[in-house]
Design a binder for this molecule. Structure first.
Ligand code: GUN
Length: 293
């Protein structure tokens, strides 16, 4: 029987674990972990994500600071705000919501965040630490995927993990994370991307398939083998006139078809999404604790 992985419930469990750490840190040191979230422009999906991140932070006793810029803001204005946040002792985590508008260079803006406050794990120093096997902040979505696998008894050790997608935010870091020589990783990892000739031939070899391509329902039933564990990272809006909003959310996996073959699968929504937020809070807590070392 296929197990539908309840990311919402597992994320709630993790958030309550972090809440306990927050209250003990605050009781013992008077430090309240603080998360600053920077949003540029009015991308509706980004607005929802940012609101959810902030609410979740406040719900577990953290401070959350909200910094919004107009779509046309210049890089210098954002960078000077980041310099200010880097200096602010009440801020332990800084997140710049991506994607940024086209006129801004994401990589140079991310580099401006102090690596000690980069709770998204995207600064080159943190990317390097992850690859070196000594991570400081593991990017939230990959960290969430690893937790989901462990907490559902699907330890990736010795398994063939096929990752579809090579983004800086998911594909590259989940590959680096799961290939580490560590009891919760230790996988054989193959990465497919737009240059891959026959993706199906490779995805059919997967024990665990991570779909992070950003293309609605790209992974179909014929591309997976019986018993595969499927982690669907995609969150895509598909027009649906029967919905009040005019759309419904679908992943990168054609859910009904793949569900019939998988031994376990994450739904969209309610799979990876809530885990990303939980692990961001975990990193913010870790950053606050690092200031006490
Ligand atoms: N946009 C989509 N996912 C993420 C994320 O995990 N972090 C940031 N900063 N932006 C995102």
């Amino acid at each position: 029987m296929t197990r539908v992985i309840d990311g919402k419930a597992i994320a709630a469990e993790i958030r309550s674990e972090i809440q306990l750490s927050v209250s003990s840190l605050t009781r013992n040191t008077a430090i309240v972990p603080g998360l600053a979230v920077v949003l540029v422009g009015d991308n509706p999906a980004s607005q929802v994500y940012v609101r959810n991140k902030q609410k979740s932070a406040r719900d577990i006793g953290m401070n959350s600071m909200d910094i919004k810029f107009h779509q046309d803001v210049d890089a210098a204005t954002i960078e000077s705000k980041l310099d200010e946040l880097n200096q602010d002792e009440s801020v332990h985590g800084i997140l710049v919501q991506l994607p940024l508008p086209d006129h801004l260079d994401e990589k140079s803006i991310i580099r401006r965040i102090s690596p000690m406050k980069d709770v998204d794990g995207l600064h080159p120093e943190n990317v390097g630490l992850l690859l070196a096997g000594t991570p400081r902040f593991i990017p939230a979505t990959p960290a969430g995927i690893q937790e989901l696998l462990i907490r559902t008894n699907n330890n990736p050790s010795g398994k063939h993990v096929v990752v579809c997608g090579r983004s800086d935010i998911v594909g590259k870091p989940i590959s680096a994370l799961l290939l580490q020589k560590d009891k919760s990783a230790n996988a054989t990892v193959t990465i497919c991307h737009t240059g891959t000739k026959d993706m199906g031939e490779i995805t059919r070899q997967a024990d665990i398939l991570v779909a992070a391509v950003g293309i609605p329902e790209l992974i179909t039933a014929d591309m997976v083998s019986e018993g595969v564990v499927v982690i669907d990272v995609g969150i895509n809006r598909k027009p649906d006139r029967s919905k009040k909003s005019g759309y419904r959310l679908v992943g990168d996996v054609e859910y009904d078809g793949v569900l019939a073959k998988a031994s376990a699968i994450t739904p969209v929504p309610g799979g990876v999404g809530p885990m990303t937020i939980a692990m961001l809070l975990f990193n913010t807590m870790k950053s606050a604790k690092l200031t006490t070392d």
